[in-house]
Design a binder for this molecule. Sequence first.
Ligand code: C2E
Ligand code: CA
Ligand code: CA
Length: 744
Amino acid sequence: MQAASQSPPAPGPATHGLTLPASLPSLTQALDVSDCAILISDEQRRIVYTNAGFERLFGYPLHEARGRRPRDLLLGKSFSPDALAHIDEQLARTGRYTGEALCYHRNGDPIWVSLVCNIHPPPQPGRPQGDAGCAVVTLTDLTPTKHHEALQSRVLEAMVSEVPLPQLMALVCAEVERIAPDVIASVLRVDGNGRLRVLAAPSLPPALGAAIEGRLIGPQAGSCGTSAFLGDPVTVTDIATDPLWQDYHPLFIHAGIRACWSSPIKNLAGQVVGTFAFYFREARGPSNLHLRLVEVCLHLCTLAMARDTEQNRIHQLAYYDTLTQLPNRTLFADFARRALASLRETRMPQAALLFVDLDRFKQVNDSQGHAAGDALLCETANRLRAHLGPGDIAGRLASDEFVLLLPGAGSDQAVAMAQRLLDSIAAPFVHQGLQHLPQASIGVALYPEDGTDIPSLLSHADQAMYAAKKQPSSRWCRFSPELGVQAQERMAMERDLREAIARRQLHLNFQPQVLGRHTHRLHGVEALARWNHPEWGAVSPARFIAVAEDAGLIQALTHWLLDAACAQMARWRAAGLAVPQLAINLSAHNFHDPSLADQVGAALARHALQPRDLMLEITESVMMDASAATTANLHALHARGMQLSLDDFGTGYSSLSHLHRLPFSELKLDQSFVQDLQNSDSATALTRSVLSIARSLDMKVVAEGVETREQCEWLQEHDCAVMQGYLFCRPVAAAQLEEWLAAQ
Ligand code: C2E
Ligand code: CA
Ligand code: CA
């Protein structure tokens, strides 16, 4: 079409014989109805025609556009001269150009368009240069699509840079409100209890956000609550009259809000996790633009919330103890560090760190199984939690170790709290019909006196806890520098003992046990462990045995002991020496090991000894935890023919009535009774009754620590079967024992 004429294209031949409907009598009118902007330019590329869509899109009426070049009118500087030359070249060659372009409205607003330009007549090979033909250009508004792209890329970018969920959702709302200024956007989360939580509603008046926060979802709970409940979009075009809004509408109408359209946000499994809503200031429904915006946003919200859930899960796994849900060591240390940092800003910075450790936890685990152990830990965590004040921080460090940081607490508050916690933990606890009487020990370290950072406070509270476990008087202890020294000594001893056991640097002494009636005759020999440290000299077994128990070295020590004792006994047997039996000391910890009986049996077999050659001494403390494992071990040892002796009798808690159910054949009266025989009536009375009850239970009594003639005579008068003590012989090396035997 040649566009030399000033009039718009007319119906006629150009309609190719089509008959237009009566409502659109001319093609011009038809073109005006189109959403697209259409322009026609002449051979000089000057505009000769624009449709009504052109004016709607760019703001120029035909009389302003006419005679101007489209590129001058619309493109501004958005195309470089090179790019324009490229378009011209393509038009001249093919007669057609399609692409996207950034144009400008008459008022300067940028508008993204897709454009299609056709030259008429199309170029012919050999047509003279300069005869450019006229151009028909169709421009379609791409701005909404471009907005969506921008929205999407901005939100995705923020997601990649780990912006927290509420900020991310606020960004979505702000972007949406920029594209569609007639809406107020909000994003809500639905929590695990079916309640709405406002994630972002940056333009909603705060009072309205507060009114929504915490509301239950349901079949008639505003647009969002209902949409979340149904899992479908809910459009309320007038909240004044809609029954769904019954509970809210006065507040919202007062704030100038009339309509609300809410859509559910679903996770990848299809569950509703939130809502995305548009509020309108007039009674209306969503437009096409709104529909498309929401489609894009729902997708982004789903992604963002899925990412958030995943991150929370990873965070939870990495920083919280899965059993008790308390912060783990890392997170506790982090929280505690921050708390100390902000305390330092205050006028009176003080804090207390409490180290809580359950007593005999391992026994519960070993004897009643891990489920019982887990239940006890959870219960303990709950009891601790119940005492936390605002700002207090709790954590679980390791199996049965818990910590609390009490910012602001001084010595008195720390002690009061320790006492409260101990009482609370000590309350009976029933698991699967079994009652437990849990007990804990607490170490206290104060900031700043006992440490100025978390690692030193933790270590000092730990040392104090350790001291609390050792002291009988109370179950809590405050850190003191002496404890630090003790702890260092203990660590040094632990290190050296480990090495001494490994290198077999311990040795045994032997002390004879003589018959009460004929004190020159041997009942047996007790093997006692000795350790000569190159620097410290002889270390008391009472000390190093305790260290071995704490440090988990007792198994190795007992393994050595069994072998060394059996080897010696075998040598005496081989030499024809009449040692009726060898007594060895086992620790309560050995009785938690299910393989104990096998170990003892193997040691006997290695040295070709009989079960009756050994007497196994166990202190009364073993009875304190008459746990299943311990009782099973006692019976297993007895079943193999090994004899059992209850050591240090009278110092612990075992009742005689309890005793007859356990397979002990011997009872060792503690030396404290023997020592008091001369000067304490109660010791005398007690010893008398122990002797008579033991007799009735058919158990032999061995009196320990007999040092004087008088003690020996008293015991003989009262029919004590066996005696042991310095009066007869001190614990000595094997060679000296042989000399002693020869002298008898
Ligand atoms: P125990 O089993 O009660 O051993 C008796 C303790 O009394 C020994 O102390 C012994 O030297 C001491 N004693 C013996 N006669 C007299 C006396 O007339 N007067 C006084 N005052 N003391 C006497 P020792 O050797 O220091 O052992 C202390 C504890 O260490 C033992 O008490 C035992 O519980 C533990 N122990 C020693 N060796 C071993 C071992 O090989 N394994 C285990 N698990 N514990 C051991
Ligand atoms: Ca003993
Ligand atoms: Ca003893």
